[in-house]
Every structure is written in structure tokens, then in C-alpha cells.
Design a protein. Sequence first.
Length: 710
Amino acid sequence: MLKRIVFVLFVTAIVACGSTPRVDLEAHSVHVIPTAQHSVIAKDVVGLFENYSYKKVPLNDSISSIIYDNLLKSLDEGKNYLMKSDVERFEKYRYLMAGDFKKGDLSAAYHVYNTYIQRYLERMDFALSQIDAEHDFTIDETYVYNRKDLDWFATEEEANDQWRRRVKYDLLNLRLGSTNLTDSVQQKHKETLESRYTQLASQAKKTDNNEAFQIVMAALTDAIDPHTSYFNPYFAQQFNEGISNTFEGIGARLTMENEMVRVAEVIAGGPVFKTKALQIDDRIIGVAQGEEGEFEDIIGWRLDNAVAKIKGPKGTTVRLKVIPAGQEMSAEPKIVSLVREKIVLEEESAKMEIQDIVGEDGESYKVGIISIPKFYLDFEAYRSGDPDYKSTTRDVRLIIDTLKRENVDGILVDLRFNGGGSLVESIELTGLFIDKGPVVQVRDTRNRVEVNGDDDPGVVWDGPLGVIINRFSASASEIFAGAIQDYGRGLILGTQSYGKGTVQSAIDMSRVISPTDRLLLKAQVEESGLIPSGAPQFGQINITMAKFYRITGSSTQHRGVTPDIVFPSIYNADRYGESSQPSALPWDQIEATYYEAVDDLSETIGLLDLSHQKRLLTSPEYRFLLEDIELMEERENQVDVSLHEEKLKTERDENQKRQRERVNEGLRIRGLPLWAEGEPQPQTNFDFIKDESLLVMADFIGLRQVESEN
């Protein structure tokens, strides 16, 4: 999948297993140390890199330097916390880290991490001290919110001035969002900020050795390959649930607020949804296992630890102690008993809609749109013989059957922002639209090439087909789109895809760690009691073991798939996509495999593109897209913001006015009521790329019908 999980410190929850952090609340110090388990895993991961990875990279001084830079970047890319003196002291580690990882020595990396946490807490402490300070919003000064190209703070005074401006900016944002500025309103603003910074500090104080290890390992794996990742047990379970599009639990999304676990969303079809036992904003303060288990107080726990206790195997019972939404904490908690079930994430499954579109020929055509957010497969259910196992292809097959009953004239598959997933599903899905034939070639670490394809004769849909992609369509999405294009089976529309042409294998670290080490570490892992049910005890490594090639022999690596009908991209290729990753493998080519194209669409594409370009000349929404591209480029190059209240207010008012004009233009085109000044923005789902792609599809259907008649 597209670059796994983004590790955002203090926002992302990571499971704890091992020793707890030593926290001195008065001195604001947190000191975490690696466990024996961490040392063994780090050493064994290095062994995998050197012996089994597709990209066999020796861990030399060059790689060591990259690991060091990655670690600093992941902790403090914006240079808002660490001091220049800190970084100068760290320099002695630059060429030692690779060798340390080989030996399982993580002391240097953890020292960097601990120093960062200390500085982070110091900045939060200073920010809190600035909330009640006098701030003059008539002074023409700026806040530099993007400092990544600047130097580290040279002095305490420099750091304090940056954070004085940060607090001033946060207060200014609250001021501009208020219709009046009475003393009580301004006091409320201060209380809001105090709560915000206190929460950030509180989460920082809960950091543990596993959080440090996850970030340290990401610095290592990113130095080798952008798609190789180590996942601790908690993240490994999340990753595998994402691939299967299912998980086992109570069916609620939880968040942390004021040291308490809060219900943020109820998932349709799950135990909570069926029983209505919990509501949004209910607070869970205690958890007990089974009907007889004792309650554990989870107030102040890390979110991941609490979630690990609440989730569990289907068919088992969990009891929750809950303060209902809207009630004071002093209220009598209610006890909720729930039987865990297998939950299907329907909102991340394939979906359909039907639209009537008028083509250039004046005829109206019915087009079915299938949106696929990812390629999912519940492999465990499939392997166990469950006839109702969840998969992308099964869902899409049912959708196509529905669309055929609705007599659609064409189908448009939307793969925008689909970062990939199951390779098997991308191949199976292609098979719904082509007769038997190869779909993708895979070359392994020994340069052996295997051709994977569709062996099932016949097609589910043989009518006009289109596929929309964008810069964030990656991996399995590119395999599907590339095969449809190579066979001439349909049109590819949108922008150049991501360019992820590598294959990762998920390896349970228990298979890598020696039996002796496994026995020594098992007790330590189990002692915490916080390993999610079904998660690998020592985590999981997703390591690059092969490379994708299209049936033409061209790699999708770096280059991705280029659409037949190209739209301007709002996402800069230099900043987004495989080509922006320094450690990415290069593009190359192997021999084509034999396949029989369904059609040659080159002449048809030329005609469709002429009509497409003609429409763009008079399209206001196309003009808006070009303006958005220009505006995004400006914003990406902007590093500061004014702290002068009137200036910032004028700028935001102008942006709001421009937004209203744009929304009203879209409403006017569609004959809808306009957005009046002073009214809240109406809910709109304008999607120019999809709308224009549907018009291209209408033209395509019209041409196909003319061809069939002739």
C-alpha cells in the first residue's frame, strides 16, 4: 500500500509492550530506553535487508548518514524544538548508526529521541506561559510556520521568540473566528489554548520506548526503501485489518479527549450499532474482560493501550464502564456488556452510483461509476473457506450485476487516491473486464520473472470502460489501470499515477528471531498484556522482495501510468509520488510477455481528446482547477503568515469572497440556489475531474455505438 502509516508523534497511538517511561512531571523530563526485544528486532531487520531485500544495500557510512538525517527529520522537520547545540552534539552519531543497528545498539537513536521529548516539553511549558502575556495585534510582524529550510535555534531567546509568535498566531486565529471580542470571549480563547497545549504536553509525557522504537525503525527502513516498513504489534494489526477491510471488536471508533477515551463514531452493523449501547461522545473509563472479569480503570491511559483492551476476538465479551455523553464525571457510570463481532468497513468498500450524461452527439447515456478506495481481501476468511469472505472483486462483481440490470451504457472505475493493497485483487479485478490473459509480471530478488494473469475465461463487463487515476493511485491501482490500457480494453483518464512498482512481503518477526531469543523475549512481551488479539507478538516487517512490470515489459516504478486523456494535476510531481522519494528504486524494463490486445484505441482517443480540449476552453470549472494549481504552488512556497490582525482578516475575507464566487459559479451551472453572504456554506460535492470524465465517457459510448452500427 502507498507508504504505509504516517507516524505523527503524540497523535498516532502506538501499543506499549515492555518497560514504562520514567516521568518527572516537575522537571518535565521523559527518559525511555530500548528493551532487549527492540535490540534483537533491529539487528534481525538489518540482516533481512542485507540478505533478502530486493534492494540489497550495505549499511555503510552513506546509509548511516541517511538514517541520522531521517531521524532528525521525523522528529523535528520544522525545526521548532531542538537547539543547534543539540544537533551539534548529535553529529558524532552520524556515521555510527548503521553499525549500531547491526549490533542491536539503539542507545544513540534513543538519546536523540529523549532530547527531542525534553525540548518538546520545554516548548509546551513556554507556550503555556505566553497565553496570558500581552500580545499586540497591530504590530506588523510575521510568524514563520515552515522553518525546515532555516537553521536550528541558536539561543533560548530565538526559540522563545518563535514560540511567542506561535501562541500569538493561535490566539489570532481564535480572535478572527469570533464575531465579538468581549472579555469573556477572550478568556475562553485563552482557556482553549491552555487546554490544547496541556493535552499535547500530557501526550508527550506518556511517550514510551515502543513509540521511540517505531520512529527509530522508520528512520532505518526509509533509508533503504520508501515502502519497506517495520510495524510493532499494534500497527501490524492495523495494517492487516486495512488489507482485509475487516476487524474484530465492538464496532466503534475511539479517540482521546481530556485523558479519557471518547466514542467518536459508531460503525454501522457492529455490536454498538445493533444494541445502541453507546452513543457519540460517551466516555469509557473502565474495561473488564468477560462477564466476571475485574474492571481496569483506563483514565489517563494511552489510546492504543485502551483500544487493545477493548478490541478482541469475535464471540468474546467485553464490559465497559461508561459516563454517558453530556453527564458530569461525578455521574454514576453505566455498565455496558458487548459481544465482539467481525466488523466490515463498508465505508472503505467499493461503491456505485449512476449518472445520466449527454454527449457531444446530443444523446443521453447512462454511466455507472464504481469507486474503489483500496484493493482489499480478507485472506484469513478466504483461507478458512468462509463462503462470504470480503474482497474487492466480489463486491465489484455484484455492483456490475446491478449496473447491468439498470441498463447502463458504460462503466467508469474511479481509482483516485487508491494507494493499492492486495496484488491478487488487482489481477482478479482485471479479469472481470478481459478474457484470459496475463496482467502483470513480477521479478524477484534472483531476477526470476513470473507472469500473473487471469485464468478464468469470459468477462463480466464487455461494454465501454473508463478508469480515473491521479497522483495518489498507486501499486495495485497501477497494475489494474496499466493492464486495461495495454489491452486497449478501456480509457485511462486523469493524471499520472504515483509510480510505486515494488512488491512487499509481510513477514512476522517471530519467523526471523531465533528460537532462543524468542523464548527469552516472550515473557517480556506477554507481561504487558497489551498485545492486540491476533497481532504478531514481535511485530511485522513489510519488506520489498520484488518489482512489478506491465505486460509490455515496462516497469510502473517512478513512471506509473500515463492517462490517455490527461488532466492538469494539482499535485506537483516533484513533491508527491515515487519520483520524490530519494531511496526509491529506478525505472527499468524487461521483455514483454505475450498477450492479445482487445482493441487499438489510439484513433478513438485522438477524437475524444479533441472534444475534451474543446470543452476545456469554455469551462469555468477548468479555469478554477488551473487557479487551484497556481494557488497550491504559491502556498507550498509560502513559509510565514502575518500577525497583524487587520491584514490577516483582509486576506481571509478576500479568500472567503473568492471561495463564495467559485461555489456560486458551480451552483449556477447546475441551476441550484446560490450561497448568500452571511449564510453557512452549502454542502457541495463538485468534482470537475469526474464530471469531465463522464462527458468523455459519453462521447466514447457514442462513438462505440456508431462503430457497431457500421
